[in-house]
Structure formats: structure tokens, C-alpha cells
Write a protein that binds this ligand. Sequence first.
Ligand SMILES: NC(=O)C1=CN([C@@H]2O[C@H](COP(=O)(O)OP(=O)(O)OC[C@H]3O[C@@H](n4cnc5c(N)ncnc54)[C@H](O)[C@@H]3O)[C@@H](O)[C@H]2O)C=CC1
Ligand SMILES: O=C(O)C(=O)COP(=O)(O)O
Length: 387
Amino acid sequence: MKYSIQTLNKISKAGTDRFCDAYTISDDAKDPDAILVRSASLHDTSFGDNLKAIARAGAGVNNIPLDRCSEAGICVFNTPGANANAVKELVLTGLLISSRKIPEAMAWAATLKDGETSVAKQVEKGKSQFAGPEIKGKTLGIIGLGAIGALVANAAVALGMKVVGTDPFLSVGAALRLDPSVTVVKTQDDVFAAADYLTIHVPFNKDTEGMINAAAIAKMKDGVRVLNYARGELVNDEDMIAALESGKVAYYCTDFPNAKTCNAKHIIATPHLGASTPESEDNCASMAADELMAYLEQGDIRNSVNLPNAQLQAVYTKVCVIHRNVPAMISALTSVIGEAGANIENMTNASKKDYAYTILDIDGVTDGMIEALTAIDGVLRVRVIEK
Ligand SMILES: NC(=O)C1=CN([C@@H]2O[C@H](COP(=O)(O)OP(=O)(O)OC[C@H]3O[C@@H](n4cnc5c(N)ncnc54)[C@H](O)[C@@H]3O)[C@@H](O)[C@H]2O)C=CC1
Ligand SMILES: O=C(O)C(=O)COP(=O)(O)O
């Protein structure tokens, strides 16, 4: 069996090298089995019938039409945590350079020339305008304590900061990864009130869009520094620019500049560099490649964002069914197989929100059986994987 992978964006060789000879990898593949992507938007892309999976080499999946993929039985993966350290390091950079006014100080230093007064003398005379506070002893507020938020929290503690964070979906595992001195509070408002520095690490979706707006900013301390290495859409640009103009927000660090914000006062903008390190590019691409191979070759799912995790060791033929998470689906599937006179040697089923996935190990698969499974109301896709 040959598989075709279409790469969008530049994908690290560490990832593409993992695919064996059974795969062709190209950026202009026609009707691929899978797509490997970073931040390219797929919202206006139409998907061929052959497309089985999309792997996002990275964390955020807001560039992928998840509902459309689920309905078409396309499994979408991401690579949890694989670029978290890279983002953490850029957040720490933003924290320090916004505190110490480094961008303005560097820009000013670059303008100096020896004249009546030497550069060295101008430096000593002019430096006081760039004095800025230390972060030690100050409070960092964190919205979102997932892979990145937790690393940022622990690093900030190590730098002597007090850390207050919130995450309505904080898992036990994520909580255990936090340094014990991190204070987890119930609401964003508690974080806004406490933070000298505020950093957001949540996905962009309809619940988080524009979460940092005038109302939120009003609850923050005067002179707060806000860091956004998550997504531009989480912050209301007009409200942030007004807060920077008034001085309510002292600095806004963003990895997502746009036409409105890129030249605004007291903005420290980077061009979406959070994950742009060789280490994280390798990690993400390798993890994404492994996820795709396991799914295409074995039907096994690890780290899908729209379907549940599920794996099955099979002896005979694997029949992998993506279906709606509604009553009587399993009995409908097993009836068809039983009526065809075939035996189910082993099976697994799992669900995630509205969708479910069943892997069956069947002795005696026939074309008629697969047609009948595909025709069941609520079945979105059936795939046969020969041993
Ligand atoms: N600048 C860059 O290059 C990068 C940006 N990102 C962005 O950072 C985001 C977070 O990445 P990870 O930490 O790896 O993801 P993650 O999934 O490990 O963590 C996200 C956390 O946000 C929490 N959350 C969701 N809604 C929330 C809300 N309303 N309030 C508080 N917490 C909420 C979740 O429970 C989860 O713990 C990504 O979705 C992506 O948008 C990620 C990697 C690189
Ligand atoms: O992983 C994420 O969510 C990112 O934003 C990283 O994006 P990139 O892969 O650098 O285009």
C-alpha cells in the first residue's frame, strides 16, 4: 500500500524522514491520504474523498475546519506539548524585555553617534529614561495552565516571581506538573486583579475570542504588561491600543502583529516566532509523522483533537469505523457483522463529544459487509486495514 502525504508549510526533515518508502511526500500531492500542516489555513480548502487525516505539527488547530473534518470522517491530530518549551522561552524573553524597556533602549542606542559628547557619555546621561522594574517578587498572572502555561508558571517561579493562574479545565496531570507555589484561582478576574504581568495560553475558539477586551483590561492593575503568545484574536485590538495610549497597559507583547497593532505605541511584536526553533520544529514534525503513520497503517489514534484515542492489536482484518456518538451504534455494527457470518475477534470503542470510533478485528470481512456498515445511519466512514 502506497500513501501520499501533502505537506503545507515548511515541515522539518526530522519529521518527513520518518516516513518509509511506502510514502510519497510532496507539497503538491493530488488527492492525498493525509495532510501535514503548520499554520496554513485550511478553512477554504476542499478535501478529496481519499483524505483520511490531517496532522497539525504544532498545538493550535484554529486553522483547521474541525467540524467539517469530523463530518467527513477525517481524523485531525496535533502534537501536544511538542513546541511548549520554545514558546515558554519566548514568553520569558517578552517578560524581561518589556519590563526593562529593552526594545526602546536598543533603538535609542542604535541612533547614537560620537559628536560634541562621546557615545559613552550620551549613554550614561540618557540611560535613566529606560529604567524598568525587576520581575523578581512581582506577580505573573497566567490564563491557561496547559502545556505552555505550566512551563511558563514553573519558570517564573524559578525566577522569583509569584504566580497566579486559572484554567477551567485543569486536568489532574496538568495540576501535578505545576510548582506547588503556583496559586490556582477560580476566575480570570482573580488573575486580572493580581497580575503585574499577564500572559495568556489558551486556544483561540468562539469562547476565547476577544477575551482580553476593555472590560477585562479595566479589572487589571495600572501599568500591567500583557503578553500574548497564543493567538491575535484573543485580544481586542482597539481596546488594547486604547489601553496602551492611556498607559493602563504599559506594554503589549504579541506574537501576532497585524495592520492595526504592528506600529502602535508600546507594542513589542514578533512575527509568530513562538515555535520557530529547530528543536520544536523537529519535535512537532516527528510526532505528527508518527501519528499519521499509526493511523494510516494501523487505524490507531493518538492525540486527535476531533476523535477519541483508540488502539487495537489485530490478528485478522481491522475494520475502523468513525461514527456518531449516539445510542445503538455498536449493536448496529455488530448485527451487520454477525449477519454476514463473520466473527469479531476483538474490538474497541471510544467516544469524544459528538463522535465515536470503533476498531473491529474481524475474521471473514467481505465487500458486502463493508457496504452494509457504510450504509448504517450515523456511520461517517469505514476503513479496512488488511493485516
Ligand atoms: N506563538 C506560537 O508560535 C504558539 C502558539 N501557541 C498557542 O498557544 C495555545 C496553547 O498551547 P498549549 O499550552 O500547547 O495548549 P494546551 O492545550 O496544552 O493548553 C491550553 C490550555 O488552555 C486551557 N483553556 C481553554 N480555554 C480556557 C479558558 N477559557 N480559560 C482558561 N484556560 C483555558 C485548557 O484547559 C488547556 O489547559 C495554542 O492553542 C496556540 O494557540 C502554541 C504553540 C506555539
Ligand atoms: O503550534 C502552534 O499553535 C503555533 O502557533 C506554532 O505555529 P507554527 O507551527 O510556527 O506556524
